[in-house]
Design a protein around this ligand. Structure first.
Ligand code: BES
Ligand code: ZN
Ligand code: ZN
Length: 489
């Protein structure tokens, strides 16, 4: 989907040739390119400031039909995120114009403040991530993704970065899939249907797939998950995806919260934005998409994806506040609030994962708490772990991919907030303060001695449009993060 080419920009025959420019530096050696850039910056509406755009049609000396200039701002302010944004903008412009071919040209050697591989990576990634259209639920599908996107770089460098371009294509595609699953309406993705969708992709990708259905969940005593699912007519299930590497014994488990719709249950949510709770399976979507990418990237590690899937609805069968349920492994949980359901399905799923797979490292991703969004806003995920090196790896991966993660505390003394008088633990604290922390502390009771981190993605998983390569709705947050993280642990 995103490729490299050694073609010179003036020879590009694409429908759109995009050339990013800086407002305070001339980056171009080629006299024809330089001349057109000068012409562009002489226009009143264009000076190279960030996000400015200007198009020339059939420009002299160029074979491309259109040349698009995109402002990047000042040279010393540039970073890899600027490049992602710029590439994303170029793709958006081409999609908007219903084109099918795009070439991007940037003389990367001029941007010495950013490491070269990172530059190539960011440009390809911005373009790959932006090249996604979701019109499945429209009667007429008007836009199509671009057929070819090429980054024009010197011929001596094409070979060196070809593998990177392939990896970016794989990961972008997986991110698109995650977004599509999250955007899908909840009536089309009840637990078993969602599991089936993922299974089809997973089998094609040669992953091992196993599905634990309700009968087996009852036998295995997944009491917390069954309680959450009890209000819905749709049955819960646990989907397990496995990637095996012949080289090593090392095993990483990725667990994703998969609530296909969270109404709150008997503790019904307010109607405002309740529809957004179709995105409460974002953790599961990210984990599934990551495993599909992993199947192609073939890292030297065994990776298991564990997806507890359930729907949280109120009904005459629903679990209630006051109930006590028994989680996998035997711990009893007093239900203080049926809207704190994510931690319940994760408790069962993680206890089961530790028991049956004994992973070296376990990471869970979950749209777990509104409190985490209050703390960190809509774009930053919270990381909770007592393992410093795992936490640092996650934070560094997030810095690299610009899926920002911030470490949050897990103070031992806060555990008293989730003490229950009559059960082993309560699923919520008695007051609303520190809600993201008490949720993480609750989860920590179900991971035994396993090296573990919890990533609360309630903010960044879903929301209003936030940048040029991420559309509104589902962001696909976490797929790149996890793929990058797997190279660091
Ligand atoms: N799925 C929600 C958390 C959420 C909130 C995700 C906003 C995305 C955006 C979760 O199940 C929930 O409802 N949590 C409650 C916990 C409370 C009852 C302790 C919350 O955050 O209000
Ligand atoms: Zn909830
Ligand atoms: Zn939820």
């Amino acid at each position: 989907m995103v490729k490299l080419s050694s073609q010179k920009p003036i020879h590009s025959k694409s429908e759109l040739l995009a050339i990013p420019v800086c407002e305070d530096h001339d980056l171009f050696d080629d006299p024809i390119v330089r001349k057109l850039v000068q012409k562009a910056t002489q226009m009143v509406e264009f000076s190279g400031k960030k996000d400015e755009r200007l198009i020339f049609y059939e420009a002299t000396g160029f074979q491309a039909k259109r040349v698009l200039f995109i402002g990047m701002g000042k040279l010393d302010k540039l970073n890899s995120e600027t490049l992602r944004q710029v590439a994303g903008l170029a793709v958006k412009e081409a999609l908007h114009k219903k084109l099918s071919t795009l070439d991007l040209f940037l003389p990367l050697d001029q941007l010495s403040s950013i490491e070269k591989t990172m530059q190539v990576h960011a440009m390809l990634e911005g373009a790959g991530l932006a090249n996604h259209v979701y019109e499945k639920y429209k009667k007429e599908q008007k836009k199509k993704p671009l057929k070819t996107i090429r980054l024009l770089i010197p011929s001596s460098e094409v070979k060196q970065y070809t593998k990177l371009a392939d990896q970016v294509s794989i990961i972008s595609h997986a991110t698109h899939l995650a977004r599509e699953w999250v955007n899908m309406p909840p009536n089309d993705k009840p637990p078993l249907a969602f599991a089936k969708m993922i299974t089809e992709f997973a089998l094609k990708a040669n992953l091992n797939v196993s599905l634990i259905k309700e009968k087996e969940l009852i036998e295995k005593k997944f009491g917390a998950m069954l309680a959450v699912a009890s209000g819905s007519d749709h049955r819960p299930c646990l989907l397990i995806l496995e990637y095996q590497s012949p080289q090593t014994q090392k095993r990483v488990a990725l667990v994703g919260k998969g609530i296909t719709f969270d109404s709150g249950g008997i503790n019904l949510k307010s109607s405002l934005h309740m529809g957004d709770m179709k995105a409460d399976m974002s953790g599961a979507a990210t984990v599934a998409a990551t495993l599909l990418a992993v199947a192609k990237l073939k890292p030297d590690m065994n990776i298991i994806g564990i997806l507890p899937l359930a729907e949280n609805l109120p009904s005459g069968h629903a679990y209630r506040p006051g109930d006590i349920v028994r989680a996998y492994g035997g711990k009893t949980i007093e239900i203080g609030n049926t809207d704190a359901e994510g931690r319940l399905i994760l408790a069962d799923a993680m206890a089961y994962t530790v028991d049956s797979f004994k992973p070296d490292i376990m990471i869970d991703l979950a749209t777990l708490t509104g409190a985490c969004v209050v703390a960190l806003g809509p774009k930053i995920a919270g990381v909770f772990s007592l393992d410093d090196s795992l936490t640092n790896a996650i934070i560094q991966a997030g810095e690299y991919t610009h899926e920002r993660c911030w470490r949050m505390p897990m103070p031992e003394d806060y555990k008293k907030l989730i003490k229950s008088d009559i059960a082993d633990i309560r699923n919520v604290s008695h007051n609303r303060w520190g809600g993201a922390i008490s949720a993480a502390l609750f989860l920590s009771e179900f991971v035994s001695e396993t090296r573990w981190a919890h990533i609360d993605i309630a903010g960044p998983a879903y929301g209003k449009k936030n940048n040029s390569y991420t559309p509104s709705g589902a962001s696909g947050f976490g797929v790149r993060l996890l793929c990058n993280l797997l190279q660091r642990i």
